[in-house]
Structure formats: structure tokens, C-alpha cells
Design a protein around this ligand. Structure first.
Ligand code: PMP
Length: 424
């Protein structure tokens, strides 16, 4: 194992980080379970890409069938491409009526930024203070989560979500709007103007800030008044993760101008999209000639089409909502029984659980969260951390998880919590 790690480091380099103190190797996935070479199984409560389960047989069969017939691009007539585009767009508010296909979330955000800049004639972008929006040059420049590793664009302004020390929930909306207004004023002073406010409505890399629903509405209004577009990055909350809605922005009762999709869209096959209002999408299409070799290829569309069919046919978001209630109640119960859980936030099956004992500093809280993640891994349950201080557990199981899986997770969490507290 250590030899493989050394070879890996030597050929792949420092950016390829391994998860967990004791790295894992999986040879098979099935539903919510991952199997190592020795046949041990791990409960995957972390990966939100295979939302409908690892190696979903129905999706795999659809992809294999398509790949065995033809894998082609969007320059040919293909009924399924059009059918899927219509069905996808029908899940959005009616103002959002156009779609362009990509291969990744980063490509989707990159394209959305181009459309916003062309439409507004401005450069400036507003993002949350720990946002992550992608790997390309343009999206990395609007991703403060990458830290010192990447230089943000001078035309990027960051907004806090709940104040450095946390403001009461009922003030979150006013706080957010004030932050956005001051960012706009600053961008205007600089001469950049505002092209876009980009928001992941579940604020996954900021530490999962989901409440109160609607708190982003004032900021959205302010950006529109300033001539900017609103881009909802649905790579994390999209496709039913929030349980109550298909799209995360719907919880906040706003209608964005552009919406970017990725991760669970193909349940693991790389496919993404930008869905948007007619005017900016058509103007961009007419001037920029966007073409994407692999985006919208027939195999990806077969995967995405089957994903959407299963989501709707099996009422997956409703199921996710029911499971999230069970998980939330279980976590609240644990928080009463044991010290170490400071707060629990969730929208559907996306949880942020703040960890730390009373009086512990940032380093202590971060260390305890990391201990819990690794103790749970040793117990066969996979999660990770998020947030400004990485002291928030990030928990997002596939949407098909069942009550027994939630209970198994809670059992492992209780065990890890007790051990982590005892170690302090
Ligand atoms: N936006 C958000 C909110 C993401 O979490 C990610 C990936 N973690 C991306 C965009 C980029 O997606 P991809 O890695 O598919 O390019």
C-alpha cells in the first residue's frame, strides 16, 4: 500500500490528495455500498454524484445499449436529445426555457459566466466567501474556496452569509442583501460593473447554509437592479437533493437567469448543462457559436434521460425528504445525548453538522471533526468535512438510501463522537 501511495505521489503529483488517514481502495459499488478488495463493505454517505446508487443497473443498461449502437455528437438529428432537453426544461419555472449541454459543472459555470458577461456588458462577479465553482481559469477565479492557491479576479467580490460571528437567523436576509449591495457599489467604483451573482443555493463549500428559506432574495433583487444576471449553481443542490424541490433555488423562491448543472445529472457519467432564460441564451448562441465535442453526446443523454425518468417515476425527492427527516431527528437526539455537536443544518439529504466542544478553539474543532471522519471510515462509513474552518461534517448520501442505512450511519456517528470526545 505505501509503495502504491509513493508511486501515485510521484506520477500524479501533489494536487491528487487522498481522502482519509487510511486511504481506501474500492473495487465494486452497488447501491449505497462500496466494496474493498477484501470484500469489506462501506456505507457511502458522502458521494452525491451517484444519487441513484452506485452502478445503477437501469442507467448502466441504457448507457451500454446506446454505446453499443452509436456514440455521436449534437450535430446530428437525435430525437432523444430533443426529448430529454424538453423534459429537463419542463422541470424548471417556465421563464427558463433554453438548455445547452456540457460535460462538467465547471464547464457549465464557465459558459454561464460568458453568457452573463456578454448580456450585461460588465465583468464583475459576486460570490459567497468560501464558494467553489470550478476548475477552469474563469471559474477558479471566482472560487475563493481554492484559497491562496488561486488568485481571484480583481473583478470578484465576496459576500459573507451569516456574519463572521454568526448573526441571528432572522437577520440573515438583511445581512446578505447589505453585503451584496456593498459589493455592487465597490465593483461600480472600480468600473467593472456587475455581470453576475453566482450562488450555490445550498452553500455547500461555505458549510451548508440553507436557512431561512428566501434569505438570498434581497441580494438577488439588488444584482438585477444593477444590471447583473443571477446564476444558480445547482451542481450540489440540484436533481432533488433538497427533497422538497427539484432545484435548490426553488427553496428560496427566486427564479435565476441561468442555472448550471452537473454531478448527479448522469449519476456518474460526465454530463452537465446550462439552463436559462431565452433572451440571454439566444443572444449568446447567435453571437458566440458554442460547440462542445462531448457535451450532449448520445451516451451522456441516455444516462441523463434515464436518471430523470427514475427521479420522477420513483418519486425520489419525496423519498429523500422522508429519509432526511429520519436523519435529522436521529442527529438531534445524538446532540442531546453527547457533547460535540454544536449545530445541525440541512436541506433534504445534504447535512452540515458543526463539531466542537464548548471552549475549543478553531484548531481543536477542526481536529475533532477530522477525527470523527476518520473514526467513521474505520467503522465502514464514509463522510467528509466542509466550511471555512473545516469543522463541519459534510453528509450527503445517495438519495436512494433507506431507513436501515440512516440508522447504520447514526450508530457509527454515535460511536465516533464518543471516541472523539474521549480522545480530547
Ligand atoms: N460547482 C459546485 C458548487 C461544485 O461543488 C463543483 C464540484 N465540486 C463544481 C461546480 C465543479 O464541478 P466539476 O467538478 O464537475 O467541474
Amino acid at each position: 500500500e505505501s509503495e502504491l501511495i509513493a508511486r501515485r505521489d510521484s506520477v500524479l503529483g501533489a494536487s491528487y490528495r487522498l481522502q482519509y488517514r487510511r486511504p481506501v481502495h474500492f473495487v465494486r459499488g452497488e447501491g449505497i455500498w462500496l466494496y474493498d478488495p477484501d470484500g469489506h463493505r462501506y456505507l457511502d454517505f458522502y458521494n452525491n454524484v451517484p444519487s441513484l446508487g452506485h452502478c445503477n443497473p437501469e442507467i448502466n443498461a441504457a448507457m451500454a445499449d446506446q454505446a453499443n449502437r452509436i456514440s455521436a455528437n449534437t450535430r446530428y438529428l437525435e430525437p432523444r436529445l430533443v426529448d430529454y432537453a424538453e423534459r429537463l426544461v419542463a422541470t424548471f419555472p417556465e421563464e427558463l426555457s433554453r438548455v445547452v449541454f456540457t460535460c462538467t459543472g465547471s464547464e457549465s459555470n464557465d459558459l454561464a459566466l460568458r453568457i452573463a458577461r456578454l448580456t450585461s456588458g460588465s465583468e464583475g462577479v459576486i460570490v459567497s466567501s468560501h464558494a467553489y465553482h470550478g476548475t477552469s481559469a474563469a471559474t477558479a477565479m471566482v472560487s475563493p474556496n481554492l484559497g491562496d492557491a488561486v488568485k481571484l479576479s480583481p473583478a470578484v467580490r465576496m459576500v459573507q452569509l451569516h456574519g463572521p460571528a454568526g448573526v441571528p437567523e432572522r437577520q440573515a436576509a438583511t445581512f446578505f442583501e447589505e453585503q451584496v449591495r456593498s459589493a455592487i457599489a465597490d465593483l461600480n467604483r472600480r468600473g467593472s460593473g456587475v455581470a453576475a451573482l453566482v450562488i450555490d443555493s445550498i452553500f455547500s463549500s461555505d458549510g451548508v447554509w440553507v436557512d431561512p428559506p428566501g434569505f438570498i432574495a434581497g441580494g438577488v433583487r439588488a444584482v438585477r437592479e444593477a444590471g447583473g444576471l443571477v446564476i444558480a449553481d445547482e451542481v450540489q443542490p440540484g436533481f432533488g437533493r433538497t427533497g422538497t424541490h427539484m432545484w435548490g433555488f426553488e427553496r428560496h423562491e427566486v427564479v435565476p437567469d441561468l442555472v448550471t448543472l452537473g454531478k448527479p445529472m448522469g449519476n456518474g457519467f460526465p454530463i452537465g448543462a446550462v439552463v436559462g432564460r431565452k433572451a440571454p441564451m439566444d443572444r449568446f448562441g447567435a453571437t458566440a457559436r458554442y460547440s462542445n465535442t462531448f457535451g450532449g453526446n448520445t451516451v451522456g443523454i441516455a444516462a441523463a434521460d434515464t436518471v430523470l425518468t427514475i427521479l420522477q417515476r420513483d418519486r425520489i425527492p419525496e423519498h429523500a425528504h422522508a429519509m432526511s427527516e429520519r436523519l435529522r431527528l436521529g442527529l438531534e437526539h445524538l446532540a442531546k445525548l453527547h457533547p460535540g455537536i454544536r449545530s445541525i443544518r440541512n436541506a433534504g439529504l445534504f447535512f452540515g453538522i458543526d463539531i466542537g466542544l464548548d471552549g475549543a478553539g478553531e484548531a481543536g474543532r477542526r481536529a475533532m471533526a477530522l477525527d470523527i471522519v476518520n473514526l467513521m471510515r474505520d467503522d465502514g462509513v464514509l463522510i467528509s468535512t466542509t466550511g471555512a474552518n473545516e469543522d463541519t461534517l459534510k453528509v450527503r448520501p445517495p438519495l436512494i438510501c433507506q431507513a436501515e442505512h440512516v440508522d447504520r450511519f447514526l450508530e457509527a456517528m454515535e460511536c465516533a463522537l464518543k471516541k472523539a470526545v474521549a480522545q480530547v
